[in-house]
Design a protein around this ligand. Structure first.
Ligand SMILES: Nc1ncnc2c1ncn2[C@@H]1O[C@H](COP(=O)(O)OP(=O)(O)OP(=O)(O)O)[C@@H](O)[C@H]1O
Ligand SMILES: [Mg+2]
Length: 274
């Protein structure tokens, strides 16, 4: 169905946590690609609590692909996400220096990831912060939807304003259009602006808001054991809603992008214009 990218602009609004929670609750098989190359894997340190060897990662994929192809070695370099059937992880390289090496496979990886659709696997990409030279642009450009996480306080909106416009412009020129971009707003900022003001300031739709939920978020970011009410928490409800709204956005964009009459007006439309 889709390749979906999550990124932030500044601060740490919870991109990795949200991408992981979204993958683990996704209604179809899904692969999470930790393509944030700012250094180390937050997921191996957090969810896996540093207990699992980092033999398999984007780094080992890059090394293995040098002798064959990304397509051939992809699945052998992924890990099963615990307690989530059909959900896999391609983790980030262990160090910043190693992560820089992985950039050489981004274009080929983007090709392979878009093709996983045919096998019924959706891909969710943690792209880290867009406003850095590390942003995985080849993956962002091939995405069916790009979700920017932000807070709603003044510093967050001030930081996001220029970068969201820049990313929209980038998607317009190098991808399928600026309307692939939507926001996920993390609640809890001091003096947060209302949703309508966020939309008008950043000139992008809001897909969902995420409540401030330290314990529920820590299930994903720190490997905290989920309590009995976690599955029905406001936090997971919001994550699921964000995922469902992303799927809806993708469907409506696809319908529009492939609708022939938008490119070739029908005879009746042609005549009615005369
Ligand atoms: N909705 C939430 N409510 C409360 N805490 C949250 C929420 N989402 C994430 N967090 C917490 O915020 C911290 C940062 O989360 P995370 O690592 O996902 O951010 P990030 O945007 O990926 O940061 P970075 O830019 O460093 O990669 C973690 O401690 C996580 O538990
Ligand atoms: Mg992160």
């Amino acid at each position: 169905m889709a390749l979906i990218t999550l990124c932030s602009i500044k601060g740490a609004p919870g991109v990795t946590t949200t991408a992981l929670a979204m993958t683990m609750t996704w209604p179809r098989p899904a692969l999470l690609v930790e393509a944030d190359s700012s250094g180390g894997s937050a997921i191996m340190a957090g969810l896996f609590r540093g207990q699992v060897s980092q033999e398999r990662s984007l780094l080992s994929l890059t090394m293995a692909a040098a002798h064959s192809s990304v397509e051939e070695v992809l699945w052998s370099q992924c890990l099963q996400l615990p307690g989530a059937e059909g959900k896999t992880l391609l983790s980030a390289a262990p160090t910043f220096a190693q992560a820089q090496l992985t950039k050489r496979v981004w274009v080929e990886l983007a090709d392979v990831l878009t093709g996983l659709d045919r096998g019924g696997v959706d891909v969710i990409v943690d792209a880290g912060r867009y406003a850095t030279t590390n942003a995985p642009l080849p993956l962002i450009e091939r995405s069916d939807a790009v979700m920017v996480l932000t807070g709603a306080g003044l510093p967050a909106l001030h930081a996001a304003r220029g970068s969201v416009a820049h990313l929209q412009q980038h998607l317009e020129t190098h991808a399928t259009g600026a309307d692939a971009l939507a926001l996920i707003v993390r609640e809890g900022d001091y003096d947060a602006y209302a949703r309508a003001q966020v939309v008008s300031t950043l000139r992008a739709p809001v897909l969902a808001t995420l409540p401030q939920a330290t314990n529920d978020a820590a299930v994903y970011s720190h490997g905290r054991r989920p309590d009995r009410r976690h599955d029905h928490s406001d936090y997971l409800r919001s994550v699921r809603r964000a995922g469902a709204n992303a799927r809806e956005l993708i469907e409506s964009r696809r319908a529009r992008l492939t609708r022939p009459e938008e490119q070739y007006p029908t005879d009746r439309e042609e005549n009615s214009r005369v």
